[in-house]
Design a protein around this ligand. Structure first.
Ligand SMILES: C[S@@+](CC[C@H](N)C(=O)[O-])C[C@H]1O[C@@H](n2cnc3c(N)ncnc32)[C@H](O)[C@@H]1O
Length: 435
C-alpha cells in the first residue's frame, strides 16, 4: 500500500530539469539513481545535469558508465566526446572519435575539436562537410559561420549565420549571432557588403525585435530613441550565463571607475545606512564593487532581464531586485535614494530627458548620480545610434540636460569603458548632485 505514496524521484528530477532548476534536479537525480545504479536513462539525466552545471568530470564519469553498459549508445558517445572537449582533453577526444558509430556525428565532433583548439581552417572544412550531410542542424551552421568569419570568408559566414536562423525556425540565439556577425563584418568590410544579407533577414523576420534593432542601426529613424524592451530582455537573458566572464575578458572597467569616483567624493557616506539604486543592475557587478566602500548601504537593483536578475540574486548584495524598465520605475519614485548609479545602461537609450527627470525626482536632496555614457565625438547631433545598436551621447548634450533638469557640480571623467574587437570603447563617467 505504502508504495503508491512513494515519490518518483526520476520524474521529479526530469520535471526540475525541464524547468531549468538544475540544482533541484540534481538532488532528485542522485536519489533516483541510488536504488537503480545501472539504469541508463537515469545515468544520462544525471550526466546531463552535471554537464549543465559545468561539473564536467562527473558528467564524464556518467557517460563512461553508460558506454560501459552499452558502447553503441549514440547520445552517450556524443556527450562523452563533448565533455572531453569541455575539459580541454583534445587529444583524448580525438582518440575517441573512431568509436563514434555514426559518420556525421564523428564529423561534427571533429569540427568541434578543431574549433575549440582555434584551428578555424579545419573547423570550417569539417563544419562544411557536416552541414552538407545534415543541413538541419542550426548550431552547426552557427559554428560554421563563426569559423568562416575567423578565416575572413565573410560571404560564407553571413550565409551560414542566416541558414542557422532559418533552420532553427527563427530561434533568438541564432538571430543574435547573425546580428553580431552583420555588425562585425560591416565594421571590417563596410555597410554595402552586408546589406543583401541584412535585407533578406529583415524581409523574412521584420517582426523580431533583434532584427528590428539591427535594421534601425543601419537605417536610423528619428523617432527611434530607446532600445526596444523585448530586444533588451532577449539579448541579456541570452547573455546572462556568460556575462561576467565575457566582460572580464573585455576588461570592463565601468563599475571600478564608478566606485573610484564615489570613493573620492562621498567619504562622509561610507559608514552611513544610505540607499543606493543600481539602474540596469545586470548581474550585480556594480553593487558588488560599491559594497566594498559603502559597507552599510542597502542596494536596490532594477533590470529588464529576469535572467540577469537571477545572476544578481546569487551575489547576495541587494536588499531588493526589481524586474522593470528603468524609465517606468523612476517615474514612480520620490526622494528615496542617496545615490543612483547606472553602469553601461544609458547606451540603450538615445533621448535621456525622461530618465534624467526621473533621476532627479527619485533622489533625496543633495543626492548623487554616477553613470557612464558611450562617447560621441565630433558629430552635430546630441546622440546617435551606432551600428552595434547601442547609442552614443555627446558630452555637451549630457551637460545641458543635467543643468536643465536641476543638477549641479557635474564632473566628467574620460575613460576606456571596455574593449571591443581589440579596440578601446571610449566613454565618460559622469557625476552630479541634486541641488
Ligand atoms: C551592459 S549591461 C550592464 C549591467 C551592469 N550595470 C554592469 O555594469 O555590469 C546593461 C544592463 O542594462 C539592462 N537594461 C537595458 N535597458 C534597460 C531598461 N530600459 N530598463 C531596465 N534595464 C535595462 C540590461 O538588461 C542589462 O542588464
Amino acid at each position: 500500500m505504502l508504495s503508491i505514496f512513494k515519490r518518483d524521484y526520476f520524474k521529479s528530477a526530469t520535471t526540475y530539469y525541464q524547468s531549468q532548476d538544475y540544482n533541484k534536479a540534481l538532488q532528485y537525480a542522485l536519489k533516483a539513481i541510488k536504488t537503480d545504479v545501472d539504469n541508463i536513462d537515469k545515468i544520462m539525466l544525471l550526466g546531463n545535469i552535471y554537464y549543465i552545471l559545468q561539473d564536467y568530470e562527473k558528467a564524464q564519469t556518467c557517460y563512461e558508465k553508460i558506454l560501459s553498459l552499452d558502447s553503441l549508445n549514440i547520445c552517450a558517445q556524443i556527450n562523452y566526446a563533448d565533455t572531453l572537449i569541455m575539459l580541454r582533453r583534445y587529444k583524448q577526444a580525438e582518440q575517441y572519435l573512431p568509436n563514434i558509430t555514426v559518420k556525421e556525428n564523428r564529423l561534427f565532433m571533429q569540427a568541434k575539436i578543431s574549433f575549440a583548439q582555434e584551428d578555424f581552417i579545419s573547423a570550417e572544412k569539417a563544419f562544411t562537410a557536416y552541414t552538407q550531410l545534415k543541413n538541419t542542424d542550426a548550431w552547426a551552421w552557427n559554428m560554421l559561420s563563426q569559423a568562416a568569419q575567423k578565416n575572413q570568408h565573410y560571404q560564407t559566414s553571413l550565409a551560414a549565420a542566416l541558414n542557422a536562423v532559418d533552420v532553427s525556425g527563427g530561434d533568438d540565439s541564432h538571430h543574435l549571432n547573425l546580428s553580431y556577425t552583420i555588425y562585425e563584418i560591416a565594421v571590417e568590410k563596410g555597410k554595402d557588403f552586408v546589406l543583401p544579407t541584412l535585407q533578406k533577414w529583415h524581409r523574412k523576420y521584420y517582426d523580431n525585435p533583434i532584427v528590428r534593432q539591427s535594421w534601425n542601426s543601419f537605417f536610423p529613424v528619428s523617432d527611434f530613441c530607446k532600445s526596444d524592451s523585448q530586444y533588451v530582455r532577449k539579448i541579456f537573458d541570452e547573455f546572462s550565463d556568460s556575462f561576467d566572464d565575457t566582460l572580464q575578458e573585455l576588461e570592463y572597467a565601468v563599475p571600478t571607475n564608478i566606485a573610484q569616483i564615489a570613493k573620492v567624493n562621498m567619504a562622509d557616506s561610507f559608514t552611513k545606512n544610505i540607499s543606493v539604486l543600481d539602474l540596469g543592475c545586470g548581474t550585480g557587478l556594480c553593487a558588488q564593487t560599491l559594497q566594498k566602500i559603502f559597507h552599510r548601504a542597502s542596494f536596490v537593483g532594477v533590470d529588464l532581464s529576469p535572467k540577469m536578475l537571477e545572476k544578481a540574486e546569487t551575489k547576495k548584495v541587494y536588499k531588493k531586485l526589481i524586474n522593470d524598465d528603468i524609465e517606468t520605475y523612476l517615474l514612480q519614485q520620490k526622494n528615496k535614494y542617496e545615490l543612483i548609479v547606472a553602469a553601461d545602461v544609458f547606451t540603450y537609450f538615445g533621448d535621456l530627458k525622461k530618465i534624467f527627470q526621473g533621476l532627479y525626482r527619485s533622489l533625496k536632496n543633495n543626492g548623487k548620480i554616477i553613470f557612464s555614457i558611450s562617447a560621441l565625438f565630433g558629430a552635430d547631433s546630441m546622440w546617435q545610434q551606432h551600428l552595434s545598436g547601442r547609442f552614443l551621447h555627446h558630452k555637451k548634450y549630457i551637460q545641458n540636460l543635467l543643468i536643465e533638469t536641476g543638477f549641479s557640480s557635474e564632473k566628467f571623467e574620460h575613460c576606456v569603458l571596455r574593449k571591443e574587437g581589440g579596440n578601446d570603447v571610449s566613454g565618460w563617467i559622469v557625476w552630479a548632485t541634486k541641488k
